[in-house]
Unconditional design. Structure first.
Length: 93
């Protein structure tokens, strides 16, 4: 799968305020191990305990939940609903 987002592309997210997260949504979140680093990944699975398995759109070149494990809601900064992404034109810088 080719990446949906390109390096330098601008995406407008909504601040995460406990919205319902679905598989396919794109999350901006705090890296679980590296302080002051944020990542953008797509939700691939949600566990019964509301932990999120996040994966990059280009898995062979992505550091994601396969490396750092499941993500808790407390690490989520913002959300981009999958349907919003499909209908939004984004500018590249």
């Amino acid at each position: 799968m080719n990446p949906s987002m390109k390096n330098g592309q601008e995406i407008i997210f909504k601040r995460y305020t406990n919205q319902n997260i679905l598989i396919g949504d794109i999350l901006l979140f705090k890296h679980p191990f590296i302080k002051n680093k944020n990542l953008v990944k797509r939700v691939k699975n949600i566990t019964k305990s509301n932990l999120y398995f996040l994966q990059g759109d280009n898995p062979s070149h992505s550091t994601d939940s396969r490396v750092f494990g499941l993500i808790h809601k407390k690490n989520i900064i913002a959300i981009k609903k999958e349907t919003e992404y499909e209908n939004t034109k984004c500018s590249s810088s």
